[in-house]
Design a protein around this ligand. Structure first.
Ligand SMILES: Cc1cc2nc3c(=O)[nH]c(=O)nc-3n(C[C@H](O)[C@H](O)[C@H](O)COP(=O)(O)OP(=O)(O)OC[C@H]3O[C@@H](n4cnc5c(N)ncnc54)[C@H](O)[C@@H]3O)c2cc1C
Length: 395
């Protein structure tokens, strides 16, 4: 009997955990090393869109996520005073595709994924610091001086990935031009029906309000900032209240209901797309490969797609380097395309001049629902099937 192949995953975030589940289910021996002392227990919420739910379904890992979250039932864009601009047919597309988009608290998502790993897969409190290629594998080095050998290293270590740094060198982050506040808090409001998502648009400011189930709401707010990359990140609830003063009653009530200690403030950033996700027996996925701005709610979804496609290519293609090249050839155009689209959308959403905001609203009001359906369908469809091997992979 042949020995199972061994993979080391650096980072127990959404992408790393999904990759570990997918590879274990394909018969690999997998170890996940997480720098933090525990899986992230804090943090706020996010939407796991239908394409990611379909990818999770492909490895039979979707149900615990569906159960821990709240399916999106209505998704609308509104003016800052709460009057509607348009709605997005996210729920209808989910029904068409057979996979809902799900709002979920981040710690519950991580727990739902980690619970699906084989026992003793995860080591926390151990940071990966680098790797060395071997002819038939890779040696992975850790902060405590230890090292482990494997057939494959998956760099799933997020925005500031050390695996990416070693593979690609310095690739600076790009600021978004705005700062963001985020929170999950017990909150309900008469306008928030089950599975509610609304994005409220102001001038250079936005606010998102989402039902994450169990009487909890996830909200985020953005605000243009001259020096967004270096803005102080100390949290002050009064600053948030002042930023959204006079907005829709549910927006102000959600902020009011949030204790200051539950608020996070952050810089959103991405990196310019690159043309390489793998080198030898080392591969990048998720934010380590293609960090993006949150405007399309696709960062985690693309990490999940990466993980599932990677495991599929490794299963279908016996030669590991060819499998990684296939993964890269398939994932790079889609993920990088979404990095660019998210930055483009971010520019529209954070528009500040009166004329730009007027044009934005007019456009969003005039586009018919059938067009929104078409536009969203592509991004929300997971096409994980094996693609023909491009000629250059074997060159
Ligand atoms: C404000 C905001 C809202 C968002 N909303 C959405 C949304 O609604 N939907 C969506 O799909 N995406 C959303 N995203 C994006 C999403 O959060 C990320 O794209 C996603 O978390 C990426 O997952 P990942 O596993 O690649 O990286 P991470 O989630 O960053 O995980 C990386 C892990 O690696 C660990 N680590 C780091 N360095 C090392 C090391 N050297 N060794 C070992 N471990 C290491 C970290 O501690 C962490 O646990 C949002 C992002 C932001 C900023």
């Amino acid at each position: 009997m042949t020995e199972p192949r061994k993979a080391i995953v650096a980072g127990a975030g959404i992408g790393g955990l999904t990759a570990a589940i997918a590879l274990q289910r394909a018969g690999w021996q997998v170890k996940v090393f997480e720098a933090a002392q525990t899986l992230r227990t804090g943090g706020t919420g996010l939407s796991i869109m239908a394409n990611a739910m379909a990818a999770l379904h492909a490895i039979d890992a979707h149900l615990p996520v569906e159960q821990a979250g709240q399916a999106i039932r209505q998704f609308c864009f509104k003016r800052q005073n709460g009057t509607p601009i348009t709605r997005m047919p996210i729920h209808e597309i989910g029904e068409q595709l057979g996979h809902p988009s799900v709002n979920i608290q981040r710690p519950l998502l991580l727990r739902a994924l980690a619970a699906q790993l084989a026992p003793d897969t995860l080591t926390t409190g151990l940071r990966c610091v680098g790797y060395a290629h071997r002819p038939d594998g890779v040696t992975v080095r850790f902060e405590d001086g230890s090292s482990h050998e494997a057939d494959l290293l998956i760099g799933a270590d997020g925005l500031n990935s050390v695996v990416r740094q070693q593979m690609l060198g310095e690739t600076p982050t790009r600021a978004s031009g705005y700062i963001a506040w985020l929170a999950v808090t017990p909150f309900s409001h008469p306008v928030m029906s089950e599975g509610y998502v609304a994005h409220y648009w102001g001038r250079g400011k936005r606010f998102g309000l989402c039902d994450v189930g169990d009487g909890q709401a996830y909200w985020w707010g953005t605000c243009n900032h001259e020096n967004a990359a270096h803005a102080a990140l100390n949290v002050n609830k009064q600053e948030v209240q002042a930023t959204y003063a006079g907005w829709a009653p549910e927006v102000m009530a959600a902020i009011e209901a949030t204790p200051e200690h539950a608020l996070l403030k952050m810089h959103a950033r991405d990196r310019p797309p690159v043309k390489q996700f793998c080198d030898g027996h080392v591969v990048l996925l998720g934010d380590a490969a293609h960090p993006m701005l949150p405007s399309l709610g696709q960062g985690a979804a693309q990490a999940i797609e990466d993980a599932v496609v990677l495991a599929d290519r490794l299963t279908q293609t016996p030669d590991l380097r060819t499998a990684l090249a296939l993964y890269q050839a398939y994932r790079l155009p889609r993920a990088n395309g979404i990095v660019n689209a998210a930055r483009f959308m971010s520019g529209i959403e954070q528009a500040e001049s009166a004329i730009a905001c007027w044009a934005r609203e007019l456009y969003f009001r005039l586009v018919p629902q059938s067009s929104w359906r078409k536009k969203n369908l592509d991004i929300l469809s997971f096409k994980g099937g094996l693609q023909p091997i491009p000629d250059y992979v074997n060159d």
